[in-house]
Design a binder for this molecule. Structure first.
Ligand code: ASP
Length: 325
């Protein structure tokens, strides 16, 4: 009996030791970063740049896996339910803070279901239209929207996406509602905009800069209060008369709640290396984005940001009376 108890105790100790030893050795294999939107879109672009840079200090490949859904609500749920061992992480944008107000039936809680890794970057958005949209400037664009509101279409990535939030605020600012067409990311939405089957959208500069510079779409304004250095000729919506209009998108990195501290610390350190990496900074700034300084690529900074953004957007969304379910 005594011997049996001793053996049980030894097995327990061995299991505990193995658990903490494997967390210490983390990572011994590839890590998967889930993206809530379609491949080729803005979040995917930020994910790929970040994942590649984090792979170096981690000594393992960080694989980007897209779990697209309208509004981006499935990937957070998948990461919430993943094994908390550091091998499955989530990249997400402002949707982490806006979906709680937009979805009454959300199956994850951004404040309690995750361990935070850190903030990645800030990204402004642009109002763009199909190349042959019949307006040569913002004034004509507004006049056209107002005169044709029953037939103009606005593409977005579904309720809870950044493109949805921006469109909702834009339509309320110009007091004109148009028909919205939801996709599972703004990559497929952009394809339809380029093909001319939808009229306009508001999307992150990480997805629109190349199309704007290549003359493939018409751009009417940026959503930041200051002009974007990589698009110096594009006016802000504030300059164009929508006083105070500002939508800033940010990205953060999350792990399932309960991820062992040694693994989490290594992920944080790798993210800090990534945001300091000159290649990452150059790539982000070419796309109009700004990496956070390393002292914001931390769990505490992301936790505070998520909370502040929930507090900021919750009342705005409730006032607008938009719900997804
Ligand atoms: N960021 C999303 C994407 O990557 C789109 C969105 O939030 O509007 O497609």
């Amino acid at each position: 009996m005594m011997k049996h108890r001793l053996l049980q105790f030894a097995a327990l100790l061995a299991a505990l030791f193995a658990g903490s030893a494997s967390a210490q050795q983390f990572p011994t294999r590839n890590i998967t970063m889930l993206v809530p939107f379609a491949a080729g879109g803005p979040t995917d672009t930020v994910a790929r740049v970040t994942a590649q840079a984090m792979g170096k200090p981690l000594g393992q490949t960080v694989i980007v896996e897209n779990r697209p859904s309208a509004g981006g609500i499935l990937a957070p749920e998948a990461v919430k339910n993943a094994k908390p061992d550091g091998y499955t992480i989530l990249i997400h944008h402002i949707g982490m803070a806006t979906t709680p107000a937009l979805y009454r039936q959300l199956r994850f809680n951004p404040l309690t279901d995750f361990d935070y890794i850190g903030l990645i970057n800030d990204v402004p958005m642009t109002i763009i239209a199909r190349q042959n949209f019949p307006a040569k400037d913002f004034k004509e664009f507004l006049a056209y929207l107002k005169a044709n509101k029953d037939k103009v279409t606005y593409a977005n990535a579904g309720i809870g996406a950044a493109s949805h939030l921006c469109g909702m605020l834009f339509m309320s600012a110009i007091q004109t509602d148009v028909l919205t067409v939801p996709y599972k990311g703004t990559a497929p939405a952009m394809n339809d905009l380029l093909g001319g089957t939808v009229d306009f959208m508001c999307d992150q500069t990480t997805n629109t800069t190349a199309q704007i510079k290549g003359g493939k779409v018409k751009v009417f304004g940026v959503t930041s209060l200051k002009r974007v250095p990589s698009l110096p000729d594009v006016p802000t919506l504030d300059e164009l008369g929508l006083k105070g209009f500002e939508v800033g998108i940010w990205h953060g990195l999350y792990a399932p709640k309960g991820t062992p501290k040694p693994a989490l610390d290594k992920l944080v350190a790798a993210l800090q290396e990534a945001v300091k990496d000159p290649v990452v900074n150059q790539r982000f700034s070419d796309l109009g984005a700004t990496a956070y300084p390393a002292d914001k690529a931390t769990p505490a900074a992301l936790a505070a940001h998520v909370k502040a953004e929930i507090d900021k957007w919750g009342p705005i969304i409730k006032k607008a009376g938009v719900y997804a379910d």
